[in-house]
Design a protein around this ligand. Structure first.
Ligand SMILES: [Zn+2]
Length: 134
């Protein structure tokens, strides 16, 4: 299966995904669009602001692929994503800590109960013993 390619209009910045490069024509300028030097997948990982930035820089610097710009922007996207992952992890750790606290409290209650039961059984056993001793 052929992959979709991202094309942009060097005049107005319109972009779209196309299977066939011949069909990549800007609907408002009626000119052939230029291929972006990154995969559709990479492009879709960028947010709208980064897409605009990327296309803007492509228009500004000309139609030639500028891998440095693409790299800079995808690096930026990667950093942004890993920040989100780290934030998510911190949140998870925080939740786990809370769960551990709950478990600790429950455990304390349980061991208190066990201690109380032990005491009671001990007392009952002693009572049995003393009664037997009579
Ligand atoms: Zn256009």
């Amino acid at each position: 299966m052929k992959e979709l390619t991202v094309f942009y209009c060097p005049y107005c910045g319109y972009y779209g995904y196309y299977l066939i490069p011949k069909r990549a024509v800007c609907p408002s300028c009626s000119i052939h669009m230029t291929k972006l030097p990154l995969s559709c997948q990479q492009f879709m990982e960028l947010d709208y602001k980064m897409r605009d930035q990327l296309i803007g820089s492509q228009i500004f610097e000309g139609a030639e692929p500028h891998s440095s710009v693409v790299q800079r922007i995808t690096e930026q996207a990667k950093r942004f994503n890993s920040r989100a992952v780290i934030a998510g992890q911190a949140e998870t750790i925080q939740k786990l800590k809370q769960e551990i606290e709950v478990l600790k409290t429950e455990n304390k209650k349980l061991s208190d109960t066990v201690a109380w039961m032990h005491d009671t059984i001990w007392k009952l056993t002693r009572r049995e013993d003393s009664r037997r001793g009579d």
